[in-house]
Design a protein around this ligand. Structure first.
Ligand SMILES: [Zn+2]
Length: 144
């Protein structure tokens, strides 16, 4: 599983440039667990109000599994281990499979086929919605 900082760093500049004026609406922020493993889950609806965006809002899920040293530390920190999902088509076609191969997402919306054209090097990174939301959460937790 990749860390928050790795995911931010791997995100191409072309994607980051599209993250101006995000509107992030928090839906849920709570502890959950799956197969006995606890984590903090943040659900948001995220959209952008800028010239290069349609303004469509998408549903995001970010699961924070704590850090390697402190698995119960659910503040968003650069070393937090993250699992992410976004309902946007970009996420589906470019990064769902690449992130799943690093255990930082799961196959939900795609057919699981490798993105041979959109992301042939299988670079695991964030769509613009996830990038803005994760960066915002890092700032909110004061651990940036
Ligand atoms: Zn997205």
């Amino acid at each position: 599983m990749l860390t928050l900082q790795q995911l931010l760093d791997l995100t191409p500049t072309a994607v980051r440039r599209r993250t101006a004026n995000p509107r992030i609406r928090r839906i849920k922020d709570k502890e959950e667990n799956k197969s006995g493993k606890k984590y903090r889950a943040v659900y948001t609806r995220t959209a952008f109000y800028n010239a290069v965006s349609t303004g469509n809002s998408y549903t995001l899920i970010i699961r924070n599994f704590g850090t390697k040293r402190f698995p119960n530390d659910y503040k968003f920190r650069p070393s937090s281990l993250l699992w992410v999902h976004c309902s946007c088509p970009y996420f589906l076609y470019n990064v769902e499979v690449a992130l799943t191969l690093k255990s930082s997402s799961s196959i939900y919306d795609s057919n699981g086929a490798l993105p041979r054209i959109k992301n042939p090097t299988l670079r695991p990174y964030l769509c613009k919605h996830l990038f803005a939301t994760v960066a915002n959460q890092l700032k909110a937790d004061g651990a940036g």
